[in-house]
Design a protein around this ligand. Structure first.
Ligand SMILES: C[S@@+](CC[C@H](N)C(=O)[O-])C[C@H]1O[C@@H](n2cnc3c(N)ncnc32)[C@H](O)[C@@H]1O
Length: 339
């Protein structure tokens, strides 16, 4: 039987949704499905659609997966993902037919506002991934967020309201979600937005991140692993689009290798992974990506390996890079010790 739960690390960038669902059908996505009632209802009402639910909460995913199985639905998949990652990394341009966002977290405090999902930039990203004519339904019970969503929708050129107004405050036809019911019980007004992707071309400022052949650098240095380990300290390196932080260094229990815990941030992708400095023979080292945790060999990983190679070479006058499969300009990157 096909699993309802998709594993992010097994998905290609972008995903072939037809292959995932085993059939070609319109792709409907609910972002932040919470209790999962709306998702199940959507899948039951739309048996001819492929329905994808996305959540960051693991308990929510677990519950939804069980509900899908109990309801014996074959047209639903659920995935742990942040909405922006889903759209930019996993969805090709114009891959989506409908998007539903019910009661997104309002992040009400001034210092939290930047965490809100829906703004002009998010709508632009969404516009690149929705088909022309694709639907966008949003609901919120938070008055301030409703003001911000209204303004963002009215500002962005890529969507039109399917209603005579920007939003309505009643929608008896839809299934109530948990947070909708809480809002109504506590006397809040709900805002329902029903919009459509229009024909205005949206420049794709959100390219799908690329993966590269497994990067490596081979270098010579007279230093042995003890000397390298002794010189190591936390370091940082970055270019325009990527930030790398080298954290803890570990010595392999057996074998001649050092493992460098590394964080790489290249929005919307963030990875915590291991880079290995392995001694092949005295004075000869390979720096490469460890496969722990299913890392993706992105440009950020290339940069991290280049930065570590550059640092190693800087430790000794006779050190030199012998060969590599990384863009040569990356090997010029600056590495600074963290304060
Ligand atoms: C206020 S709850 C609403 C749940 C449900 N839609 C409802 O109406 O009852 C917001 C949900 O969105 C999820 N969420 C928050 N930020 C998210 C993101 N960036 N991507 C995906 N899901 C997110 C949260 O885990 C939470 O379950």
């Amino acid at each position: 039987m096909t699993s309802t739960l998709l594993h992010t690390h097994l998905l290609s960038w972008p995903v072939d949704w037809t292959a995932v669902f085993n059939r070609e059908a319109p792709l409907l996505i609910e972002i932040g499905f919470g209790g999962g009632h709306f998702l199940i209802d959507l899948a039951q009402r739309r048996p001819l659609a492929n329905v994808l639910g996305v959540e960051i909460s693991l308990p929510a995913l677990d519950k939804a997966q069980r509900k899908v199985q109990t309801a014996a639905l074959t047209n639903v998949r659920v995935l742990q993902s942040d909405a922006r990652y889903l759209l930019q990394v996993l969805c090709a341009p114009a891959a989506i037919d409908e998007v539903y966002i019910n009661f997104p977290d309002p992040w009400p405090k001034a210092r939290q506002l930047h965490r809100r999902l829906i703004d002009v930039d998010f709508l632009h990203l969404l516009a690149t991934r929705l088909k022309p004519g694709g639907l966008l339904d949003i609901a919120t019970d938070h008055a301030d967020y409703a003001v911000a969503i209204t303004e963002a929708l009215e500002t962005t050129p890529y969507f039109d309201s399917r209603l005579a107004t920007t939003f309505v405050t009643e929608d008896a036809a839809r299934l109530r979600t948990k947070y909708e019911q809480i809002g109504l019980d506590e006397g809040r007004i709900c805002h329902y937005y029903k919009w459509v992707r229009n024909q205005t071309a949206a420049p794709n400022d959100y390219p799908t991140p690329k993966e590269f052949p497994m990067p490596h650098v081979v270098l010579h240095t007279p230093l042995d692993l003890d000397a390298i380990q002794a010189r190591y300290g936390r370091m940082r390196s970055s270019d325009q689009d990527r930030h790398v932080s080298f954290m803890e260094l570990f010595r392999a229990h057996e074998g001649e290798a050092l493992f460098v815990e590394t964080y790489i941030s290249e929005a919307p992708v963030a990875q915590r992974l291991g880079i290995v400095i392995r001694q092949r023979e005295p004075g000869n080292y390979v720096i490469s990506l460890h496969d722990l945790g299913f890392p993706r060999p992105t440009a950020g990983v290339q940069l991290a390996i280049a930065a570590l190679a550059r640092w190693l070479v800087s430790l000794h006058d006779e050190a030199e890079i012998l060969h590599h499969n990384i863009p040569s300009d990356m090997l010029e990157v600056d590495v600074t010790h963290a304060a």
